[in-house]
Ligand binder design. Structure first.
Ligand SMILES: NC(=O)c1ccc[n+]([C@@H]2O[C@H](COP(=O)([O-])OP(=O)(O)OC[C@H]3O[C@@H](n4cnc5c(N)ncnc54)[C@H](OP(=O)(O)O)[C@@H]3O)[C@@H](O)[C@H]2O)c1
Length: 382
C-alpha cells in the first residue's frame, strides 16, 4: 500500500535537545526559520505531531502566512493542511488551540484510546478519531492518510518519540533539522532521537543552508529496508532506477530498464541501464552487477532495485537476470513493474527469485514511472 512522503522537521540545540525542562517552550529557531517552517507547512498536505507535543507546547500548527494560504486555495487545496495527532491514551484537552484553529483534524489512536479521544472531541465535526488496532501501527496510519485523506506529503513536527519511531522503522523519507546555536546542557531535556536500533549507515546530506542564525540541514535516509516490507529508502532508490531507465538508447525490440545495487548501509555499489556502453543487448541488472567484484561481501545483504522485474528467460545471453542475481548472492529485490507478455509470455522473474529465497518487493506506485520510457512497446506513442 502506498505511503505519503514523510518529512521529519525539528529544531535542535547543539547538544541534540528539542526543548529544555522549563515550563515554557524553548524557542530554538529565529523568525527566519519560523517563516521557512511555515513555507514547508504550506507545501504539505498534512502535519503530524504526538500527543506529548500537544501537551507540552499547545501548538496551533497552522499556515500563518495569508499569502501562502491563498496560494493553496487558488490551487484547489484546503487552505490549511490536515492536522494529525497520534495518541495511545486518548487523553486530549479539547480546549487546546490545536482543535479550534485551522481545518480538518485526524486523531490516530489505539482501540483502547479511541473511546476516550472520542469523548474528548464529542461535538467537533472537523475531527475524526481513527483507531488502528491494539497498538499504534505506523504503517496503518500512513496508509490511511494516503488512501482516505489523500495525503501525499506529510510533515512531522515531533516530538522526539514520534521522530524516533519513524526514523527507526525506516518510514522517514527526509529529515529537516534546524540546528540552533545554543547548548541546553540538561540531561533530562527531551532529545531528538532516543536510544535503540536505527537503520545502519550514514544518511545522505542533501542540503545545508544558513537561515538567520540557525543552520538548516536536509538528509535522506538511504539504507535499504529489510525483508518483504518497503521502506522510505526503498522508494528513494527505486525512483532512481526508474530515472536511469530514461537513459537507455531507444529500442523497438527491448525494454528500457534502470537498476541500482545498494549495500545494507545505503552505499551504492553500482548502477546500470539497458543497452549501456554500446552493448545492444545488455540488461540493466546485468550491467550493474558486472561492475561489482563477485567476491564483494556486501552483496549478500545488498538490495537490487530494478524498474522492471528481473528477466526469467532471454535469448540474448545464457543467464537471465534473475539467475545472475541469485548467483551474486543478493537476497532482496525491489521493483516497480511485473514484466508484461510483450516479448516473453509468462515471464516470472519474481517467481524465479522467490523460489531461490529472495524477498521480492513490488511497489506498483512506481509503475507509471517505470513504463514511461517504454510506452512505444506497450501500444502507446514512442
Ligand atoms: N524543537 C522542536 O522542533 C520540537 C518539535 C516538537 C516537539 N518538541 C518538544 O518535544 C517534546 C515532546 O516530545 P515527546 O517525545 O515527549 O512527545 P511526542 O513525540 O510529541 O508525543 C508522544 C506521545 O504521542 C503518542 N504516541 C507516540 N507514539 C505512539 C505509539 N507508537 N503508540 C501510541 N501512542 C503513541 C503518545 O501519546 P499518549 O501519551 O496520549 O498515549 C505519546 O505519549 C516537548 O518538550 C516539545 O517541546 C520540540
Amino acid at each position: 500500500m502506498p505511503h505519503p512522503y514523510v518529512l521529519l522537521s525539528a529544531a535542535v540545540s547543539l547538544d541534540g535537545c528539542l526543548d529544555d525542562t522549563g515550563p515554557e517552550r524553548l524557542l530554538l529557531s529565529g523568525p527566519e526559520d519560523f517563516d521557512r517552517v511555515d513555507e514547508v507547512r504550506a507545501a504539505s498536505d498534512a502535519i503530524l505531531i504526538g500527543a506529548g507535543t500537544l501537551r507540552a507546547d499547545a501548538p496551533r500548527l497552522v499556515v500563518r502566512s495569508p499569502a501562502r494560504r491563498a496560494e493553496r486555495a487558488a490551487a484547489g487545496r484546503p487552505e490549511f493542511p490536515l492536522k494529525v495527532l497520534v495518541t495511545g491514551s486518548g487523553d486530549l484537552d479539547p480546549a487546546a488551540a490545536f482543535w479550534g484553529t485551522g481545518g480538518r483534524k485526524a486523531v490516530y489512536t489505539t482501540d483502547r484510546g479511541a473511546p476516550r479521544a472520542q469523548a474528548a472531541l464529542r461535538g467537533r465535526k472537523d475531527a475524526d478519531v481513527v483507531p488502528v488496532g491494539p497498538e499504534l501501527d505506523w504503517r496503518a496510519v500512513l496508509e490511511h492518510l494516503y488512501a482516505v485523506h489523500r495525503v501525499r506529503r506529510l510533515m512531522v513536527e515531533g516530538g522526539g518519540s514520534v521522530h524516533t519511531q519513524l526514523l527507526r522503522s525506516g518510514l522517514a523519507d527526509e529529515l529537516q533539522l534546524a540546528v540552533a546555536p545554543l547548548v541546553v546542557g540538561d540531561p533530562a531535556a527531551p532529545r531528538l532521537f532516543g536510544p535503540g536500533a536505527y537503520p545502519p549507515g550514514r544518511l545522505r546530506l542533501e542540503e545545508t543552508r544558513p537561515v538567520g542564525d540557525v543552520v538548516l540541514a536536509r538528509y535522506r535516509p538511504v539504507a535499504p529496508g529489510a525483508g518483504p516490507l518497503a521502506s522510505a529508502a526503498d522508494r528513494y532508490w527505486l525512483e532512481l532506477a526508474c530515472e536511469l531507465a530514461r537513459e537507455c538508447p531507444p529500442s523497438g525490440t527491448a525494454f528500457s530498464v534502470g537498476a541500482v545495487v545498494v549495500a545494507e548501509d545505503g552505499t551504492e555499489l553500482a548502477r546500470g541501464h539497458s543497452r549501456e556502453g554500446g552493448d545492444p543487448v545488455v540488461h540493466a541488472e546485468e550491467a550493474a552487477l558486472a561492475k561489482i567484484d563477485p567476491s564483494d561481501a556486501r552483496l549478500s545483504a545488498a538490495t537490487v532495485y530494478s524498474s522492471l522485474e528481473p528477466c526469467a528467460r532471454r535469448a540474448s545471453r545464457p543467464a537471465p537476470c534473475a539467475r545472475l542475481i541469485l548467483a551474486a548472492g543478493v537476497r532482496r529485490v525491489v521493483t516497480a513493474w511485473r514484466e508484461p507478455d510483450t516479448f516473453v509470455p509468462g515471464a516470472d522473474g519474481s517467481g524465479v527469485l522467490a523460489a531461490g529465497g529472495v524477498d521480492v518487493v513490488l511497489l506498483p506506485e512506481f509503475q507509471d514511472l517505470a513504463t514511461a520510457p517504454n510506452g512505444h512497446l506497450l501500444g502507446g506513442s514512442p
